[in-house]
Design a protein around this ligand. Structure first.
Ligand SMILES: [Zn+2]
Ligand SMILES: [Zn+2]
Length: 178
């Protein structure tokens, strides 16, 4: 395993969040925010309509952080940890074994996501694993690919992009055959 499971999960969630900003925007309602919250099993207070705009507005910041170089990511990560006054604590809850929380459950969701992502990025930078992040291989897609697979086989940010590439490859083969 490249990273501890809480690090990997935090990054999967934050990459999904960053990519939700791509057209068509898939985070425009409280229902969509709740679905995101539930899918990634966030702890703490459930999102309300007041969380929607703040969570939407951190997506670009996350995107910039994931597409930065290693040295470029460092000041972005440090700025979040400093601004949010992150205090790492080992916690255990539900059936999740000891892991780190660096903010408290009563903070707004957008702040919790920022801190959780920044803490995960600490591991990425220390392990020199920024190459796990890449730009989606699909033409005209700004999506972020986060690849934890051993053979680094992920090329596309979403099933939409994977399918679109498969269709394009199929058409290209058909055109060659004609
Ligand atoms: Zn936790
Ligand atoms: Zn894509």
């Amino acid at each position: 395993m490249v990273f501890a499971s809480d690090t990997a999960e935090a990054l999967e969630a934050a990459v999904r969040l960053a990519n939700s900003e791509l057209e068509p925007d898939t985070l425009t309602t409280l229902e969509e925010l709740e679905a995101f919250f539930d899918e990634f099993e966030y702890t703490g207070s459930r999102p309300t309509s007041r969380d929607l705009q703040p969570v939407r507005s951190i997506r670009h910041q996350l995107h910039v952080m994931f597409t930065a170089t290693r040295d470029g990511a460092v000041p972005l990560v440090n700025a979040i940890l400093q601004q949010q006054v992150a205090v790492p604590q080992l916690v255990r809850h539900g059936d999740v074994d000891w892991h780190i929380h660096a903010t408290t459950d009563d903070r707004p969701l957008a702040e919790r996501i920022l801190v959780e992502t920044a803490m995960a990025m600490v591991d990425v930078v220390r392990a020199d694993e920024m190459s796990r992040f890449d730009r989606c291989a699909s033409d005209d897609c700004e999506g972020v690919v986060f690849d934890l697979s051993r053979n680094r086989s992920r090329k596309y940010c979403s099933t939409t992009c994977t399918n679109r590439a498969a269709v394009a490859a199929y058409r290209a083969r058909q055109a060659d055959a004609d």
